[in-house]
Design a protein around this ligand. Sequence first.
Ligand code: SF4
Length: 474
Amino acid sequence: MSNFEARNPKLETISNDQISKRRDKGTFRKFGLRICFEFRYSDFGFTDRHLGKALTMEREIQVNPYRKIKSTGAYRRLMMAYYFMAKHPAWFGKKVAWITSGGPVEPLYAMGVLPFYPENYGAMCGASRMSVPLCEAAEQKGYSRDLCSYALGDIGSSMTGKGPLGRLPKPDFLVCANNICGTVIKWYEVHARTMNVPLFFIDTPFIHDEIHEHTMTYAEKQMEEYIAFLEKQLKHPFSEKRFQTVCFRSFEAITLWKDILQLSRSRPAPIAAFDAFIHMAPIVTLRGTRWAVRYYQRLKKEIEERVRKGKGAFGREEIRLLWDNIPIWYDIRNLSKNLSSYGAVLVADMYTSAWALDQVDVSQPLKSLSRAYATIHLNQGMAYKTKKMVAMMEDYGADGFIMHSNRSCKPYSLGQLDLKREVTKATGKPGLIIEADHTDSRSYAPKQVEKQIQIFLEMIREKRQESTSSVSPS
Ligand code: SF4
């Protein structure tokens, strides 16, 4: 059996029917909790009584109306316009650069280049359930199934010309920053070789604990080389003035995005993480443009209005949760429905907040950008991630957290067990780890995940009821 097969939930996990039979025989704790849940329920003060009740309950589907975000129409028009340009750059007299999601995009917009994000496109393939055949096309050419499915799907799409947008035009050059992972290095090298286009590589040393000044100087030097590369490719000089304008817009959009996400500290949360997963696209692709600023001004206004009126993203909000990792793009709708039927709302997440960059100083754009990109979430060690997650749990008043152990994204998923333990230790709140892949549905067992979530939420509810009754006067 290959390594992948050993991790494939479809092959190694048990079905819900099997769970029911084993539960009757009293073996559920062993199979259900050790294999599926990866936590000991006693860690959170749950007793056999809680577990018994959670397992014997009947699943009642309760309607919990979702409040649609009105700005979604504007969001769709904006993204359609962006993808139309990316598909036909010559019609708009644009050069196109493919860039990694953690790559500095502001110098590109300042030079009049349209950035295109294969990872964002990968999310689009996942949401439209087109990833599996694209990954398989790449696998047939010898690429390992163990690779990130964004990379596999993108390589498969380039090979076959298939995908939500069909065959994409060849980029003029590529920009790859390793501040998110090592996969992107080889992925972009493959594209540079097969498409015969120049590749600029930005190296950002991993920050294990403290941020050293020499690391920041190194990052700044890379930025200067990046600008020199752009001047050479585009054959026109870099304009400081234009760069400042783009950076100003970028910082403005980042601030708006941060404000929007933070509005969910209110009760009920006016915007759920599932909404943020969708509405994050402009902050990734159009950061630095006035379109992103205008769009987020509009969205912020709408969400603020909800806060004023005390309206939540869902009709009922009984359990507040935090999400860790990239979403399961092809199952967002089902997961959202499943959680909301229990009155559970994902009020925040670690993924979309990664674009709410800190420490941006408009007066020193180059220095500030170099620092911001070198210190992004995925480029920092466990202490930083723990601190950030604990702060978010407290800030958003979360009752627990769900971690997506993402087969594709190793930098996001490695260390999740430690992170879970530390966050629970610091906050006293339980966490649940579910296994999936962000776009490759072959590594996902939805019924099993549904069951895990059901029991996890019932346990939170039971525990809460118990603590309420223990403080109320007899
Ligand atoms: S491994 Fe993670 S960070 Fe790297 S490309 Fe895939 S999703 Fe992005």
